[in-house]
Write a protein that binds this ligand. Structure first.
Ligand code: GLV
Ligand code: MN
Ligand code: MN
Length: 423
C-alpha cells in the first residue's frame, strides 16, 4: 500500500471504534438493522449529536431526523463546505455503509477543533436520516429535505405495519410541519463532499485504499402488483390457473436475462416479493414485488425500464393476470463537479496515493444534494467488494487513509469563487 505523507494524527482507530458503537445500535443484536424513525435510529441520532458536540460543533436534529452539526469558520455565519452520509441501514446490514462517511467527517472536525484551526468557511456535517428507503417506498428523504425537494405527499405513505410517515415522525418526536425549515439555500453551501465505502471490488483489485468518484449512477425503482385468482392447490387443473406468483417468477427471470445480456452494464434487481394469501395449499392470487434498475448513463436506463415494463405486460397478458406498475423512485445520473473532484484528487495525491477515478454504482445522498450544491465523493476500499451484507468490512488503515484525504481536502479547500479568482 502507498505510504501516507501527512503529519496529521491517526484517526482510523477512533473511526473504527465509533463504527463499532453505532453498529451495536440495532433492532436485533445479531443482524444490524436500523430503519428510519425506529427507536434504534433515535438512539443512533443521540450518539451522533454527542460526538458532534464533543468535536466542537453546534448540533441539532432537524424535522426529518437529520443530525446536523456546524463548525464555524474564522467568522460566524460563513457559507459552509458540507460533509456527510447517512445513518439508516438496510436490513441485516454491514456497519460501514453510511456511518463511515459520517464518523470520518466528525473525526476530521474534531481534529481541527483540537488544533484550534478555523478556516475561511464553515464546515457542516450532516447525518442523513434516510438514504436507503427501506421503511417507506421513497428514498433520500433526509437529503431531499435539506435540498428543499422533499415531497410532502410522501408523509402519507405507509410502512409494512400501516404506520404513515407522518405518524412515525411524530412518534420519533419530530414535527412534520417543520420539514420545510430543514431546506438550505445554494448560497449557504460551497459544495457537498461525501466519503463512503466503495461497496464494490475495484479499489481492492487495484490495491488502492481510496478512489475519486466521477459520477453516481441513476436509478429507477418500480413497484409491481400482479393479480390472478387464488384457488385450491389440489383441485384446480394447471391449465386453468391464474397463479400470480408463477407469473412474477417468469417476470423476475425475464428481468435478470434482460440485464445480463445488456451491453451497457445495466443492473436489475428484484429485492422484495410478497405473495398472498401465502399458504402451502393455496394458489397465490396476488403478488407484489419491486424492481431496481441502474445504469451509468440515463438514456440506456430509461430505455431498459420501458422495455422491461413492456415484457412484464406481455407475460401478465398471456397469463391473464391484472398488472399495476408504479414508479416509486427515479434519480438521474449525477456527475461529480470537475472543480471539486479535482480538489479531491489533489488531496489523494498529497497523501501519497495514486489518483484513480471510478463511478459509483450505488446511490448516495449527493443525488439529492445536487439540487443545491456541487457534489464530489471519496471512496474507501472495502474487503471483497462486499456491501449490504454483514460481512462488509473496512480495514483500520483504510479508514485512516480516507480520513487523511478528507482532512487534507478540508484544509486545502478553495471555494469555487476563490478558485476562479486565483486562475
Ligand atoms: C443505496 O445503498 C442504494 O444504492 O440503493
Ligand atoms: Mn450508503
Ligand atoms: Mn446502502
Amino acid at each position: 500500500m502507498a505510504g501516507a505523507a501527512t503529519d496529521h494524527p491517526l484517526l482510523g482507530r477512533e473511526i473504527v471504534g465509533r463504527i463499532g458503537a453505532l453498529g451495536a445500535i440495532s433492532e436485533t443484536p445479531e443482524n444490524l438493522t436500523r430503519i428510519f424513525l425506529s427507536p434504534q435510529h433515535r438512539a443512533a441520532a443521540e450518539l451522533l449529536l454527542s460526538w458532534m458536540e464533543s468535536a466542537g460543533m453546534r448540533a441539532h436534529l432537524d424535522a426529518i431526523g437529520n443530525v446536523c452539526g456546524r463548525y464555524e469558520g474564522d467568522r460566524p455565519g460563513l457559507p459552509c463546505l458540507m460533509l456527510g452520509s447517512h445513518y439508516d441501514t438496510v436490513r441485516d446490514a454491514g456497519k460501514w455503509d453510511g456511518p463511515l462517511g459520517l464518523v470520518t467527517a466528525i473525526s476530521c472536525v474534531a481534529d481541527l477543533n483540537r488544533r484550534g484551526r478555523r478556516l475561511p468557511f464553515a464546515i457542516e456535517v450532516v447525518g442523513f436520516a434516510d438514504e436507503e428507503g427501506v421503511r417507506f417506498a421513497s428514498t433520500l428523504l433526509g437529503s431531499r429535505a435539506i435540498a428543499g425537494t422533499f415531497d410532502e405527499a410522501a408523509l402519507g405513505s405507509r410502512d409494512e405495519a400501516g404506520i404513515t410517515m407522518h405518524q412515525a415522525l411524530s412518534q420519533f418526536g419530530l414535527d412534520p410541519a417543520h420539514i420545510g425549515a430543514a431546506a438550505r439555500a445554494r448560497r449557504e453551501l460551497h459544495g457537498y463532499v461525501e466519503l463512503h465505502i466503495e461497496q464494490g471490488p475495484v479499489l481492492e483489485g487495484l490495491n488502492l485504499p481510496v478512489g475519486v468518484v466521477t459520477a453516481i449512477s441513476g436509478a429507477t425503482r418500480l413497484a409491481v402488483r400482479l393479480v390472478g385468482m387464488a384457488g385450491h392447490a389440489g383441485t384446480v387443473p394447471m391449465a386453468l390457473r391464474r397463479d400470480a406468483l408463477a407469473g412474477a417468477a417468469e417476470c423476475i427471470v425475464e428481468i435478470e436475462e434482460f440485464c445480463r445480456t445488456d451491453p451497457d452494464g445495466l443492473v436489475g434487481t428484484v429485492g422484495y416479493i410478497h405473495a398472498m394469501p401465502g399458504a402451502t395449499n393455496v394458489i397465490p392470487g396476488q403478488v407484489s414485488f419491486t424492481i431496481d434498475i441502474r445504469a451509468a448513463a440515463d438514456a440506456p436506463r430509461k430505455l431498459a425500464v420501458t422495455d422491461i415494463v413492456r415484457q412484464i405486460e406481455t407475460i401478465a397478458k398471456r397469463r391473464k393476470l391484472t398488472l399495476q406498475v408504479d414508479v416509486t423512485h427515479e434519480n438521474r445520473t449525477v456527475p461529480c463537479a470537475p472543480w471539486l473532484k479535482r480538489q479531491v484528487a489533489e488531496a489523494v495525491a498529497a497523501e501519497g496515493y495514486r489518483v484513480f477515478e471510478l463511478p459509483s454504482g450505488a446511490g448516495h445522498d449527493g443525488m439529492a444534494m445536487i439540487d443545491i450544491a456541487d457534489v464530489a465523493m471519496v471512496f474507501v476500499r472495502c474487503r471483497g467488494g462486499i456491501s449490504h451484507n454483514p460481512a462488509e468490512h473496512v480495514e483500520e488503515a483504510d479508514a485512516d487513509a480516507g480520513a487523511r484525504v478528507l482532512l487534507r481536502l478540508i484544509e486545502n479547500f478553495l471555494p469555487r469563487t476563490g478558485e476562479a479568482k486565483a486562475s
